[in-house]
Design a protein around this ligand. Structure first.
Ligand SMILES: Cc1cc2nc3c(=O)[nH]c(=O)nc-3n(C[C@H](O)[C@H](O)[C@H](O)COP(=O)(O)OP(=O)(O)OC[C@H]3O[C@@H](n4cnc5c(N)ncnc54)[C@H](O)[C@@H]3O)c2cc1C
Length: 414
């Protein structure tokens, strides 16, 4: 039996950040994950907006991780085939496995990493016992459950799961290449849907290294024939859905495989459980359209590792009342509520046809257009960060940084 203060189950984004933070704080920690190196996986591919980046910076490990990303300092906003704005942006584009592996590189050697799967967890108000797939057993004062979408352990522990919205949205990731020329004109682009009946909130195109990635989001059932058609003939199906997109992008091909991921919105209720705390997707999921999943990950882990774990370890025991303080944290609760509301607002503003949501759609279009018109005059106003999705700009007063570079300034004034 190995003994530790903290055992983290899951070395994805949440678990790896937690391991890096706790290791740096000198807290005895073990990280358990079946993969030595995080494998390719379609998840977040872009950290963007002032708020999200600031949340990451609060964990203390963001700087060196973000330096591995491709930076886009300008994002074009378009709809109806019209370029509305060339907005300053703070986008850090990076594939998920590269992101997690960069975070893992920040974990100090003092954190023991075990390449295995946690098969069972027994909790109590004193010590927790974890049985691993390599026949080892770990005894910890606290288990941080950061095992993402994997429901097995939560089920075993009797943690109730509420599905808030099944197949709330579907994310589709693929590469695009310009046809008949070497490069695209835009540094990064967000193109909003043309009609509510398209069931497409937007498509976003952004560079990662020498590749141009596309993330397309749709509100459809997973068995919708449109998705089969998209897989069969991606360029043609996309063109039919967003016929004026090419006025902005120019002609392009879709050379490789499409990754299609449906997302259920759910929230777990771990209250009453001693000895274990849930973070990131293990606690609740978010809608990729709203782009808030990483805000939740960064907030959960930052509050847990900077505030709660040091406090909990300073007294005996690990009862449920102690742990309840984390779930009641006002910063965490505000972030979770904002993320959940944004998931539904985005769907309504993209697909609802009621007078209210039609007016909201036009208000956004007019706001982007006005901002685009005022920007060259130096009078652009701030659209509330994160209200308008991934493309939220950092600040209208921020100087326009190079459209795409690998060595951005990470300070908040960038
Ligand atoms: C398609 C898609 C697009 C997205 N786009 C965005 C976006 O644009 N912006 C944004 O902010 N968010 C986005 N998100 C959300 C974001 O990617 C997630 O919120 C985030 O990756 C969650 O990280 P995590 O560490 O909680 O889970 P994961 O990264 O899933 O980590 C879970 C880890 O647990 C390990 N594990 C599982 N079971 C066990 C076990 N029994 N024992 C040991 N280890 C185990 C796994 O191997 C894995 O390493 C997107 C999500 C998806 C699916």
């Amino acid at each position: 039996m190995r003994y530790t203060d903290i055992a983290i189950i899951g070395g994805g984004l949440s678990g790896s950040i937690a391991a890096a933070m706790l290791g740096r704080a000198g807290i005895s920690t073990v990280l358990i994950d079946p993969h030595e190196s995080y494998p390719p996986d379609f998840r977040v591919e872009k950290l963007s907006g002032h708020v999200q980046v600031e949340r990451f910076l609060k964990t203390g490990i963001a700087e060196s991780v973000l330096r591995r990303a491709t930076f886009a300092g300008e994002n074009w906003i378009a709809r109806f085939g019209r370029l509305l704005d060339k907005a300053p942006s703070r986008q850090f584009n990076i594939l998920y496995d590269s992101l997690v592996n960069a975070v893992r590189d920040e974990i100090p050697a003092t954190v023991e990493r075990i390449c295995a799967k946690a098969l069972a967890v027994e909790t109590s108000p004193e010590r927790q016992k974890i049985t691993l797939s390599n026949d080892e057993t770990i005894s910890a004062r606290l288990v941080v459950l950061a095992n993402g979408l994997n429901v097995g352990l939560r089920h075993q522990l009797g943690i109730a799961r509420e599905v808030v919205s099944a197949c709330h949205s579907i994310s589709i990731g693929f590469d695009v290449v310009p046809a008949g020329r070497n490069s695209f004109d835009f540094p990064a682009l967000t193109y909003f849907s043309e009609r509510p009946s398209d069931c497409i909130p937007y498509i976003t195109l952004f560079p990662i290294g020498t590749r141009m990635r596309a993330n397309l989001f749709v509100y459809r059932g997973f068995d919708d024939p449109w998705l089969r058609q998209l897989r069969r003939a991606p360029a043609e199906t996309l063109d039919a859905a967003l016929p004026r997109l090419k006025r902005i992008t120019g002609a392009f091909d879709i050379p490789g495989e499409l990754k299609v991921r449906p997302v259920d919105l759910y929230v777990n209720d771990p209250r009453g459980q001693p000895g274990i705390v849930l973070v990131g997707d293990a606690f609740s999921t978010s809608c990729p359209v709203a782009g808030t999943g990483c805000d939740k990950v960064f907030t959960d882990v930052e509050r847990l590792c900077n505030v709660y774990i040091p406090h909990w370890l300073s007294s005996d025991g690990m009862n449920a009342a102690k742990i309840a303080g984390f779930y009641a944290d006002p910063v965490k609760q505000a972030c979770d509520a904002w993320s959940a509301a944004k998931a539904f607002d985005f769907r309504s503003v993209s697909t609802a046809t009621s007078p209210y949501w039609t007016a909201q759609r036009w208000a956004r279009f007019i706001a982007w257009s006005a901002q685009g018109l005022l920007r060259p005059l130096g009078g652009a106003f701030d659209l509330e960060p994160n209200v308008l999705g991934h493309s939220s700009s950092s600040s209208s007063s921020s100087s326009r940084s190079s459209s795409s570079s690998s060595s951005p300034s990470l300070s908040s004034s960038a």
